[in-house]
Design a protein around this ligand. Structure first.
Ligand code: AHR
Length: 508
């Protein structure tokens, strides 16, 4: 039997909105071994490091072109007092990280260390301030400490701690999950708090803060609506003023229940498909938030920010339940590919997203151990293969016919998902085959421009449970994909459970 064909039509001369590079953002929380043992080993470590930051981790991440890094949480952000994390490390107070494992936090990784990490990665800092247990003054002074030039109490303190020039901090979070760990507030109460805190987060000198209000969980559209009502000060005497420029929401792919999320590496076909259905549902969630925002902001001046997303499984057996350490299989990579296709389609409103989290926590790029081991996960490879979409112009991919959707307990799952973008004369296509047993031949019918040369890469394995370990670090790694050019069409074979990218130059 011949392989069924999926036809995909792309008009390469009809660009849509630009795919903001910040959709490829990251998240690093003081949680488990993300910071300590992941990024941070300390200057005295035997592992190669730059000022305490692990060299191999930075080198691996630099290949992803990480546009921004969110820190210090998550839930931790609303317990964090930044003054504890500056000055000589031996003098910094110890606190208890009550959210994550009830372990002691020695504050050795603080503001200066985070900013150094961002500089090493070439990433914009996204600092998440404390609303839940902090004060307006504390947040306002943190902004001053980081971004003010000249002379002021905070500037003097920064200089005394060894940093002369102000840093550039483009992104600022006003609390996190205010409906839960960030203070258990009701939407109206938080909206007022967000306005109050944002008022005192000043733009110092040239530094313009893009302030992000802590948004909804999943499809809590009422939360978004309340924030949209609160975003503008209509009664302000002078020009109406926007208190914040972005509103976030969080969406995790939890295929089971929160009590029983399922294992990262041991799963059956049903679990796999349920995961894909849950991942695909972010499309509905984004549409919902966007529709609410459109009603209040038709000109799309406020950005939607998904600053936590990714798979969330039961922790690996024998590990601290509060550390959220999980393995990462080809299934996770397919969730990432599917999310990016959806993010690209919503590029007009969705301007930023942050995977949770970069190292050793949840859907990580990198898994490390204390002996110096480092593993790149299948999800890492999706970020690397997709990086050409950053700041490219989106191109719609039409799939007019192809394999019938997969019936997952009454819900339809598209077998093939794809997205594309164009930067200059280079086009990048991403495509996934989500079937566990059917291959497809994908035939890209390109309109509005010819193909000169095409290069393909594919990420797959003999089973969706495949993952990388220190013993077998490349069980899931990209290899070359054979791409044929026939009559202006690009044709490639996608085996089951596969993610692929095809890049080609337009004939001019
Ligand atoms: O990413 C882990 C946690 O998930 C974050 O701290 C919190 O914001 C969310 O509930």
């Amino acid at each position: 039997m011949s392989t069924p064909t999926t036809r995909a039509v792309i008009n390469v001369d009809l660009g849509g909105p630009v795919i903001n590079r910040h959709l490829y953002g990251h998240f690093a929380e003081h949680l488990g071994r993300c910071i300590y043992g992941g990024f941070w080993v300390g200057e005295d470590s035997e592992l190669p490091n730059v000022g305490g930051i692990r060299t191999d981790v930075v080198e691996a991440l630099r290949a992803l072109d990480i546009p921004n890094l969110r820190w210090p949480g998550g839930c931790f952000a609303d317990e964090y007092h930044w003054q504890d994390g500056i000055g000589p490390r031996e003098d910094r107070p110890v606190m208890v990280n009550t959210h994550w494992g009830n372990v002691e936090e020695n504050n050795h990784f603080g503001t200066h260390e985070f900013m150094a990490l961002c500089e090493l990665l070439g990433a914009d800092p996204y600092v998440n301030g404390n609303v839940g247990s902090g004060t307006v003054r504390e947040m306002s002074e943190w902004v001053e400490y980081l971004t003010r030039d000249g002379d002021s109490p905070m500037v003097r303190q920064r200089k005394a701690n060894g940093r002369e020039a102000p840093w550039r901090v483009p992104f600022w979070g006003i609390g996190n999950e205010a409906w839960g760990c960030g203070g258990n507030m009701r939407a109206e109460a938080y909206a007022d708090e967000a306005r109050r805190y944002a008022t005192y987060c000043r733009d110092h000198g040239d530094n313009k803060l893009f302030k992000i209000a802590a948004g909804a969980s999943d499809d809590d559209l009422e939360w978004t609506e309340t924030l949209m009502k609160a975003v503008t000060c209509l009664s302000c005497k002078r020009e109406p003023k926007k208190f914040f420029q972005g509103i976030s929401f969080h969406y995790y792919t939890v295929a089971g229940t929160w009590q029983n999320k399922g294992q990262a590496t041991e799963f059956g076909d049903d679990d796999f498909y349920r995961t894909m259905i849950k991942a695909a549902d972010i499309d509905r969630v984004i549409k919902g938030h966007s529709a609410v925002m459109d009603a209040y902001d038709p000109g799309r001046t406020i950005g939607l920010v998904c600053d936590e997303w990714g798979t969330w499984w039961d922790v690996e057996p024998g590990t601290n339940p509060g550390f959220l350490f999980q393995q990462n299989t080809l299934r996770d990579a397919l969730v990432a590919g599917l999310h990016f296709d959806i993010f690209h389609r919503h590029a007009e409103r969705l301007i930023m997203a942050n995977i949770a989290q970069t190292v050793n926590v949840l859907q990580a790029m990198i898994l490390t151990d204390d002996q110096g081991g480092l593993v790149l996960t299948p999800t890492y490879h999706v970020f690397e293969m997709n990086k050409g979409h950053q700041d490219a112009t989106s191109l719609a991919v039409h799939l007019p016919d192809g394999p019938a959707p997969i019936d997952v307990n009454g819900t339809a799952l598209d077998q093939v998902t794809a997205s594309a973008s164009r930067k200059g004369d280079t086009v990048l296509i991403s495509a996934s085959n989500l079937s566990l047993d059917s291959a497809t031949k994908i035939d890209f019918d390109l309109r509005g421009g010819g193909v000169r040369e095409a290069r393909g890469r594919i990420l797959t394995a003999d089973r969706p449970q495949a993952h990388n370990t220190p013993i077998d670090p490349t069980d899931v790694a990209p290899v070359e994909l054979d791409v044929r050019i026939t009559d202006g069409h690009l044709v490639a074979d996608l085996p089951p459970h596969a993610f692929a990218t095809i890049e080609f130059d337009l004939a001019t």
